[in-house]
Design a protein around this ligand. Structure first.
Ligand code: PDD
Length: 287
């Protein structure tokens, strides 16, 4: 069964799905994206993802490709046509096709919209949760607007590749002051020496992850002491627990960073507890 993608108004097998060579996403990484999880046939945190998509678009002055009800219909169609019950879908919106020129094209150029979906294997995620993952730290060499979820992901791809070559699954960025920003495709959390769950404030230097936002709801509901403050690489290495969050993974424990074992080298109880309650509290939308 071929995978089906939505490309600018058409549902096409992946082999036939293509965008124009002068699409500004291809020429300038002039576009934004969202990744959402699907679990047991329900879309997780759809409203928050669509709200962030709207924000990313407005920060870059890209028009909405279509209204929200229509967009949700297209998402549902892509998920149904790909028979996704557990998996992910990706939405990419670019400024559209225009003769190559750095300056934005005039308003008659319509944005491009691509939506794809894939099934994932829950047993792979369960294994990573049981064992924990490894990470490396790298200097944060990205631009200043990482709060916008743009498709300009080359530094992130290079960081993940560097992590892979070092036998790790994530790269954690460190800013010029030695403080943790975020992962190449995740937000980072620690349980500090006092047992407080800590994550960097989302004002500057990180993407405001949707999983991060929902997780803050979860910790409030569970009464887990939580603080949004910056923390250093050193504090992270000495933490009781480290984990990373994203729509693709919810909450993966990190048990080794730069070859140093975190705590006793096993996944900690806080991430496990949060994971156990995450889907009760997250918004769920039926396909
Ligand atoms: N990445 N920080 C960065 C740089 C990210 O790319 C992501 C998500 C996150 C977590 O955001 P959320 O909880 O909304 O998924 C933080 C997606 C999953 C990706 O690029 O595949």
């Amino acid at each position: 069964m071929p995978r089906i993608a939505y490309v600018n108004g058409r549902y096409l097998p992946h082999g036939d799905a293509a965008v124009h060579i002068e699409d500004r996403g291809y020429q300038f990484a002039d576009g934004v994206y969202e990744v959402c999880e699907v679990r047991h046939g329900m879309i997780v945190d759809l409203t928050r993802h669509l709200n962030r998509l709207d924000r990313s678009l407005s920060e870059l002055r890209i028009a909405q490709p279509m209204g929200r009800p229509a967009l949700i219909q297209v998402i549902r169609q892509v998920l149904r046509r790909n028979h996704v019950r557990n998996g992910l879908f990706y939405m990419q919106v670019t400024r559209g096709v225009a003769r190559r020129d750095h300056v934005f094209p005039d308003a008659s150029v319509t944005p491009s919209l691509v939506i794809t979906a894939k099934s994932t294997d829950p047993s792979i995620i369960a294994r990573k949760n049981a064992l924990g993952i490894r990470a490396v730290t790298l200097p944060d060499n990205r631009w200043d607007r990482v709060d916008i979820k743009t498709v300009g992901l080359l530094p992130n791809a290079m960081a993940r590749q560097q992590a892979k070559e070092a036998g790790a699954q994530e790269a954690i960025y460190i800013d010029a002051e030695g403080m943790v920003t975020e992962g190449a495709a995740t937000n980072v959390w620690i349980v500090d020496k006092d047992g407080v769950l800590v994550t960097r404030p989302a004002e500057h230097g990180i993407l405001r992850g949707i999983t991060r936002t929902t997780l803050l709801d979860v910790t409030e509901r569970l009464g887990i002491p939580t603080a949004e403050r910056r923390f250093s690489r050193q504090e992270m290495l000495e933490a009781r627990e480290v984990f990373i969050t994203a729509a693709t993974s919810i909450c993966f424990p990190v048990v080794m960073i730069d070859g140093e074992t975190i705590a006793n080298g096993h996944p900690g109880g806080v991430s496990e507890k949060i994971r156990g309650h995450f889907f009760d509290i997250a918004e769920k939308t039926a396909i």
